[in-house]
Ligand binder design. Structure first.
Ligand code: FPP
Length: 246
């Protein structure tokens, strides 16, 4: 079974990435090109997420993590922020109805304190349901920043260390304080929308991720594009600092 082969992550070429991370980008431009408000691009972008998550699950990918709303995105116009929050709320609400049937686990990464009580309650509910399952897991980054995540983790570690609950710092030990605790690092990072930067996304976790950039705007991202990204990943030689073995 492919999963056995995938366990070899870190040992030469992987048949499939275990964990794919995606920076959702290009919704605004997609809408503008069609003379629509930016919010229409986000609505289609949410549908694209649904489709791509299902496609990942069907291909045997174990984890999908998407960057939906950054700590900097609050600076956008109020109605745009409101629409994105509403879409996320609707998505979580629908996920709660279907994740048990489809055996999908969900987690939200980010500083949840700034979210509305309604959204936080939905996040808690998806966490609760996810505990009963194994299998595909979708992670949504919400009010998320990579540096912010590392600082939040460092604060929690310092408290535990002072209380004698934590060992001397190690990479593995510190990872357990991140939002992604217990989840393997992304193997493949996809950025649609034409930009080629990390934008404060999963800074710690992407240390060895393979990057795939495409000009395709997120609402147009489809299964064929996903397969191109996976094929590009499969053609890479992951050496983790070692020399190539012939
Ligand atoms: C980036 O495109 C997109 C966002 C900041 C929002 C992403 C949010 C969603 C798709 C809504 C809900 C998500 C889920 C996971 C259900 P942009 O607006 O920066 O595009 P631009 O670069 O073309 O302006």
């Amino acid at each position: 079974m492919a999963a056995d082969k995938r366990k070899k992550t870190g040992e030469g070429k992987d048949p499939l990435p275990r964990h794919i991370a995606i920076i959702l980008d290009g919704n605004g431009r997609w809408a503008k090109k069609r003379g629509l408000p930016r919010t229409a691009g986000h609505a289609v972008g949410a549908e694209t997420f649904r489709r791509i998550a299902t496609a990942c699950k069907n291909r045997g990918i174990e984890y999908l993590t998407v960057y939906a709303f950054s700590t900097e995105n609050w600076k956008r116009p109020e109605d745009e922020v409101g629409t994105i929050m509403k879409l996320l709320g609707r998505y979580l609400h629908e996920a709660i109805e279907t994740m048990e049937r489809d055996h999908i686990r969900m987690k939200v990464f980010g500083d949840l304190e700034a979210l509305s009580p309604e959204l936080r309650a939905l996040v808690e509910k998806t966490d609760e349901i996810s505990k009963g399952y194994e299998g595909f897991q979708a992670n949504i980054c919400l009010n998320y920043g990579g540096r912010d995540e590392i600082l939040r983790a460092a604060r929690r570690y310092a408290i535990d260390y002072a209380a004698g609950r934590a060992d001397e710092l190690s990479e593995e030990g510190f990872s357990a304080y991140l939002d992604s605790a217990g989840i393997p690092d992304p193997d493949l990072l996809i950025r649609p929308g034409g930009e080629q930067r990390l934008s404060n996304f999963l800074l710690w976790q992407c240390a060895y991720a393979e990057f795939y950039y495409t000009d395709t705007l997120w609402p147009d991202f489809d299964e064929a594009e996903l397969d191109r990204a996976i094929a590009a990943f499969q053609s890479r030689d992951r050496r983790y600092g070692r020399v190539k073995s012939f």
